[in-house]
Design a protein around this ligand. Structure first.
Ligand code: GAP
Length: 514
């Protein structure tokens, strides 16, 4: 059986071969950690965005959506803390001249120790078979305990160093752990420095400092600065939410794992404004609601888990991630943060404008508290793609690659395939497309044998293939073939719109959230 690393490589090459994702500027050898979505990828991404938007905005009377600009007044980023504190600790290896994130070097080192523990566990599992009790083994085996103690000690030192912003100590941890540069193999490290992740550019004249503006590193601030505009113009009553989707930019130093960590990516964020003191109730509500949304995609509950943040950002009083089982392990897919009144208060201070809400029930003005949900659209795309990608061995000894994308999210919903390129079959096929295309993304394909055409549609995840044959001209019926089961049935052409509508509309998925 192929290992996860090989499967991940297959997914990346499949994405390129079938028009989902291309390396940006590939003809110039590409731009690192920047990707373009191709003809299939753009459709799937649009559908994921739409599902999020419908679930968050259309399904909630008290949530509205906006579309703020990427460029914002530079003081926004001073107020939000990004100018002073949106940093990664970096270290260079003097021999290879390669730059690394110090925290990633330490995390990788910890992962190696964790792998040693896992090896002991796997060995014991094999030895004791059914009698194996993993929890007990982990709690008592001397080698496991010794390695776990190492992990805990490094973690504590690292957390303390970061909290006190002690970069000398961060470097010392790297030295003490004898971490070597993966390229040069040497331990010849520079000091650790903080590096701001925001991209900046100049607006107007380049010579003046005041004209430096940033490409937003999160969409959330566009919501905070518009809080009162939306509240007043929409006559919104607390609790209410403002949602938006859009591009964000971060100068990530360690950009890896395909579209998991990019320098230009898209976020889907919602800020939920609540009465102070009720934020934990709403935090728990949004944790549960967002988890349910992810699980509604049908990839199995075991692929999702919560990870509570032990170390909270200065603005948060609770925070967690929804993690997903990517081919390279469980990693953050979405963040849910109780951000208190930090952002609105900071914008009040820096702008000199009041950002308060008059609560008619309490007869009182206050700065609302905020619970935020923030999911990366590209990460969501990768989650869907990696679980949908299936290499299947078929009963007749052949194999196929199929993308089991939920039908309502599939880039192409239905492919219409005339069996032959003559005898009026293409014309009949076009007639069918001309009725279906008003509601659904359709594809027409008359090239190659029908089996080959089915495989092409399987590979892009098209849930339905409709084959037009000579019988279609006589009795107005076609065969419909289902992607997942490969079963075929004969149906009336008149029944197609209803049959397809039922299976590809967002309605069923949205109803499951209620
Ligand atoms: N407003 C809160 C915020 O931006 P975050 O945890 O930094 O929080 C939220 O980002 C989500 O955005 C993450 O859970 C992830 O899905 C996505 N994300 C963050 N950085 C990313 C990157 N470099 N590439 C792709 N997605 C990213």
């Amino acid at each position: 059986m192929a290992n996860q690393e090989d499967i991940f490589k297959d997914i990346i090459s499949h994405s390129k071969e079938y028009g989902f994702i291309f390396q940006s500027s590939e003809i110039y050898d590409g731009l690192s950690a920047v990707y373009d979505y191709g003809q299939m990828g753009a459709e799937l991404k649009k559908n994921l965005r739409e599902y999020w938007w419908k679930a968050m905005v259309q399904m909630h009377e008290n949530i509205v959506g906006i579309d703020a600009a990427i460029f914002m007044h530079p003081t926004t980023w001073k107020a939000s803390g990004h100018v002073d504190a949106f940093n990664d600790p970096l270290i260079d290896n003097k021999d290879s001249k390669k730059r690394y994130r110090a925290d990633v070097l330490i995390e990788d080192h910890l992962a190696k120790i964790e792998a040693k523990i896992q090896k002991e566990v796997d060995k014991a599992k094999e030895r004791f078979a059914d009698k194996f009790e993993e929890a007990q083994f982990r709690a008592t085996n001397a080698r496991v305990l010794e390695n776990q103690a190492k992990i805990d000690a490094i973690n504590k030192r690292f957390k303390d160093a970061l909290e006190s912003n002690n970069l000398t100590e961060v470097r010392q941890i790297i030295v003490d752990c004898e971490i070597v540069c993966p390229i040069s193999g040497s331990k010849n490290w520079t000091d650790v420095r903080q590096f701001n992740l925001m991209f900046s550019t100049a607006m107007g004249s380049v010579s003046e400092d005041a004209n430096i503006i940033y490409l937003r590193p999160e969409t959330a601030q566009g919501i905070f600065v518009n809080f009162l505009n939306v509240q007043k113009s929409g006559r919104m009553k607390i609790p209410f939410g403002i949602a938006q989707t859009g591009k964000a930019f971060r100068n990530e130093i360690v950009a890896r794992q395909f579209i998991f960590r990019m320098r230009e990516f898209e976020q889907m964020e919602m800020q939920f404004f609540v009465r102070p003191g009720t934020e934990m109730e709403w935090y728990n509500y949004w944790k549960e609601t967002r988890m349910k949304w992810h699980q509604s995609l049908g990839f199995g509950e075991a692929n999702y888990r919560f990870h509570d943040h032990l170390k909270l950002a200065h603005y948060a009083n609770a925070a967690c991630d929804i993690e997903f089982g990517f081919p390279f392990g469980f990693k953050e897919l979405e963040g849910i943060h109780s951000r208190t009144d930090f952002d609105l208060k900071a914008h009040e201070q820096h702008s000199g404008k009041k950002l308060q809400y008059f609560d008619p029930e309490l007869n009182q003005n206050y700065v609302p508290y905020v619970v935020e949900t923030s999911v990366g659209l590209d990460r969501l795309f990768l989650a869907v793609l990696s679980k949908a990608y299936t290499e299947e061995k078929l009963e007749d000894g052949t194999s196929r690659v199929v993308l089991n994308i939920p039908a309502f999210l599939a880039p192409i919903k239905v492919a219409i395939l005339p069996l032959l390129k003559r005898d009026g079959l293409p014309e009949k096929a076009r007639e069918i497309i001309n009725t279906l295309k008003f509601d659904h993304a359709c594809a027409y394909d008359e090239k190659d044998a029908i089996g080959k055409r089915y495989r092409r549609q399987d590979a892009i995840g098209t849930p339905f293939c409709i084959t037009v044959d000579h019988q279609s001209l006589e009795d107005n019926t076609v065969t419909i073939r289902y992607r997942d089961t490969m079963q075929q049935e004969r149906v009336s052409i008149d029944a197609l719109p209803q049959l397809i509508d039922d299976k590809v509309s967002f309605k069923k998925a949205l109803r499951s959230l209620a």
